[in-house]
Design a protein around this ligand. Structure first.
Ligand SMILES: Cc1ncc(COP(=O)(O)O)c(C=O)c1O
Length: 388
């Protein structure tokens, strides 16, 4: 029998990282010691007190049954307390919080609750790919808002044509931003709320990197802006804050009607997060936050070594205030793919081509601070040695 995939799958854009994956395999099969600055996956372990909480909870049979669809009350209440403490935002744990199997899961599913076939969703380019793919899976179409340096990598809302704004049902924004490492201003969030009210657009703000910020800077929540809780929700992840990418736990908070829509989709698709993981999540949110301070210190040191090193060999690179990414302009004469390929094949350094995150990412590569300081230093030396 020939197995035919759905139009939905056939319409997916080509996987732009395929070529880099192929080259990575070829280079490592030659025995080259690869330094991987490609993946946004923390190399540091989950803090011990979180693992201990999980161990105890995993042994308790009460946690072996199906969890509640929307999340354990205790986890959702811990989220609400964390929001109050961190952002001074009040949330009703019952109606304004939903637990997610990682924030990616919620981001991918939320369009199913609000997008009808043919509707538009406003999505940044470059961006984490899930926003546009989730929109397409729901039958909608992404309208790309380019993130450019001249506008501090914030979408220019005034450049969105009126007929597009009218047809748009949702908008996805993400600050601190992957891949550009840009941060948002309060004025930008206020403009988003005004735009959402003017055009009836649901806002999804992805705040996965809100805790990964440096030099004393603390990113704000979108929900701090007056009126935001009437138009939008915010996604968070325990993945990066507590080095828990493999555990699969995150949450969305904000407008009760939007949370309810996402929750209804989820209750028909999944059965929630293993309760022992939610109990570990409570330990993460309510335990000693020294581990988060350590995480920031580690990435800030790595950031400085990489930024200073790359600048010293002629690269044009901003020192990011948040995220564990550097968004680096390629030297004259290179494309994103061309530079990525040279760095990999000649220096054994994996980077991510900016156009893999959308057409407007062309001309950039992304480097992730997910290897040790020594390896970062070595990566700089290797890049210097190939003489770009
Ligand atoms: C911007 C952004 N949002 C969401 C996620 C997904 O995180 P999670 O592990 O919570 O699914 C990532 C992961 O890299 C990300 O970069």
């Amino acid at each position: 029998m020939s197995i035919e995939q759905s139009e939905r799958l056939k319409r997916l854009p080509p996987y732009l990282f395929r070529e880099i994956d192929r080259q990575k395999e070829a280079v490592s099969s030659r025995g080259v010691d690869i330094i991987d600055l490609g993946v946004g996956d923390p190399d540091l372990p989950t803090p011990a007190h979180i693992i201990e909480a999980m161990k105890g909870a995993a042994a308790d049979p009460a946690n072996h049954r199906y969890p509640s669809y929307s999340g354990m009350h205790d986890f959702n209440a811990a989220v609400a307390r964390w929001y109050k403490q961190r952002f001074n935002v009040d949330l009703d744990a019952k109606n304004e919080v939903v637990t997610l199997i990682g924030s990616k899961e919620g981001l991918a599913h939320v369009p199913l609750a609000f997008i009808n076939p043919g509707d538009l969703a406003l999505v940044a380019s470059p961006a984490y790919p899930v926003y546009s793919i989730g929109t397409q899976f729901a039958g909608g179409k992404p309208y790309f808002m380019d993130l450019v340096k001249a506008n501090q990598f914030l979408p220019d809302l005034e450049a969105i044509p009126l007929e597009v704004a009218k047809k748009a049902k949702m908008m996805f924004i993400n600050y601190p931003n992957n891949p550009t490492a840009a941060v948002a201003t309060r004025e930008f969030f206020e403009a988003v709320v005004a735009f959402a009210n003017d055009h009836g657009v649901i806002v999804c703000h992805d705040a996965a990197y809100s805790e990964m910020a440096y030099d004393g800077f603390r990113p704000m929540s979108f929900l701090e802006v007056p009126g935001a809780t009437s138009v939008g929700i915010e996604f968070h992840s325990l993945s990066k804050t507590y080095n828990m990418t493999g555990w699969r736990i995150g949450f969305a908070v904000g407008c009760a009607d939007i949370i309810n829509g996402l929750g209804r989709i989820k209750s028909n698709i999944d059965s929630g997060v293993f309760q022992a993981i939610q109990i570990a999540g409570i330990a993460a949110l309510e335990g000693d936050q020294g581990c988060v301070r350590d995480m920031r210190r580690t990435y800030q040191q790595r950031r400085d070594i990489l930024v200073d090193g790359l600048r010293s060999i002629g690269f044009s690179v901003e020192r990011p205030r948040a995220t564990f990414y550097l968004w680096i302009e390629v030297p004259k004469g290179y494309t994103s793919a061309g530079l990525t390929s040279r760095l990999l094949t000649e220096a054994g350094v994996v980077t991510t081509p900016g156009n893999g995150f959308g057409a407007a990412g062309e001309g950039y590569v992304r480097m992730a601070l997910t290897v040790s300081r020594e390896r970062i230093q070595e990566a700089v030396e290797r890049i210097q040695s190939i003489g770009l």
